[in-house]
Design a protein around this ligand. Sequence first.
Ligand code: ZN
Length: 619
Amino acid sequence: MRTALVYHEEMTAARLLWDDPECEIERPERLTAAVERLQQGGLEQRCLQLAAREASEAELGLVHSPEYVSLMRGTQALSTEELQALSGQYDAVYFHPSTFHCARLAAGAALQLVDAVLTGTAHNGLALVRPPGHHSQRAAANGFCVFNNVAIAARYAQKRHGVHRILIVDWDVHHGQGIQYIFEDDPSVLYFSWHRYEHGRFWPYLRESDADAVGLGPGRGFTVNLPWNQVGMGNADYMAAFLHVLLPVAFEFDPELVLVSAGFDSAIGDPEGQMQATPECFAHLTQLLQVLAGGRVCAVLEGGYHLESLSQSVCMVVKALLGDPAPPLLGPMVPQHSALESIQSVRAAQAPHWTSLWQQGSTPTLSLSTCSPERRPSPVSPGGPKCKAAEAQTSAVLSSLLDRLHLCATPPVRTAIALTAPAAAMVLPPDILRQEESAPREETQAWARLHEALTQDTAFTALGKVLHLLNGILDGQVSSGIATTPAAASTLEVVLRQGLSHGAQRVFCVALGQLDRPPDLANDGRTLWLNIRGKEAAALSTLHVSVPLSGPMASRTPKLHSWLPFYGDQRGAESWSSWSRSPHASLWESWPGCCMETPPRAWVPSPWPPQTTCRPWCT
Ligand SMILES: [Zn+2]
């Protein structure tokens, strides 16, 4: 079983017992809706299903004080009035007689998931839990969170399994200040969080949520905060944040385990986040994380209050964990100016700590903090006409996604491999198909006429196999494939032409080594050609980029993050530190979606705390 799914229905027992508009959104249906959707989509059945266990008090003690654990234990015997009184001592928290049990199950589920992944029982997994955890602190409940599930899981992984470096990715729309406080002076845990911030006017209103809060002492550089200063961030903004901030730093950090504080209040439709990212974006984010830590990704549910959006996003994460292809991203892939400002601020704040963020000839154009009153947007006015139009748009998008989730079939073959030497002894993993079939001889002969090299015996045989493999991919029977051939350039040209003739709208070709692009495909507008270790360090054209990786970089594995900006919508961007600025300029003009340049602005210090105008929601 590839993917573990950890859950226990007893985590639905805790509920709000009195009126509290602030807390009523954290309700049991959050879990039941997600589980039902996983069942309907046939996803739960494909996972290794584990029933959550309770974390022991010793395990809770990895993060929390004994006095706090004892206080929480005592809530089981309190009356409703006493529970309400205790809840009032914390910020946006409610207790129920079953809260202690639920919270121990939530933390225990995260530990079970870590055990499953680190012992090899599963490759990756998701723990569906409540209450959430990322706001919880050593001796305080906060923002619906009682025990800090992900922080406990990180300490547990270190202590029980001897893991040295852990990356925590917090894509919940709120800042997980609880996790930050626990690890802020610890270089063994890299904590990345993006969060709705609005220059400090959004809950939890913390100065230390800003980009210039990078950690303390030996932990400096191991806290990465990306504050969103406007609502409405969408797929392009989230992808840009991963490609330009998280992944460069994460590759350099080289984690052995990735924990995800997987809150879905950052998805479209959620009343908390008011963001625009669609559920399939979370499939892409999950896929990107799977290239780290050998794919050992453990996601643990945090927030998410729009049941439809939450359920779909959970399904997308599970599909990605299972290895299914990610559906295409919707909407224009152009990040907003405000998002680019935030990203630039984080890169500037983190550049002293991470060489992967250095940019030759560039200097920070913004202050490290994003708290300038000059850039504050007008206050959000929930419930206005604009809000209603956005809601209508959201429901239309969600219903189309709902249809597609069931229609989007998973190819029966995940990976096929076509080799030129069938007798070659090679042990393949059980889920990889060794393809021996070939395309019909007439079809192969027709394509082989393009190049004399392809008429040679071995190359011709390889071409037949490659064409069969490609037909399988184009027909939706195969997800991905690997092929070997003695005539790489000629075969690649055939593959490109066949893909385009079968209706592919855009083809992204990554060539390692010097490989010439067919001249007539240079300006067709449908093929993006990235040549790593090509002849020249230049953008030969808008759709033809060559990276030599000469000098010190050539002796290292090509930096994966250097070409990641081309991922997604085939929008290029610069991030090669070895490039000079001039060839970049043409790229920036051609691909504004990933341009990292923002206009210089004067820094104006702002008073702290800022005036708060947002509703004090939580988690
Ligand atoms: Zn949240």
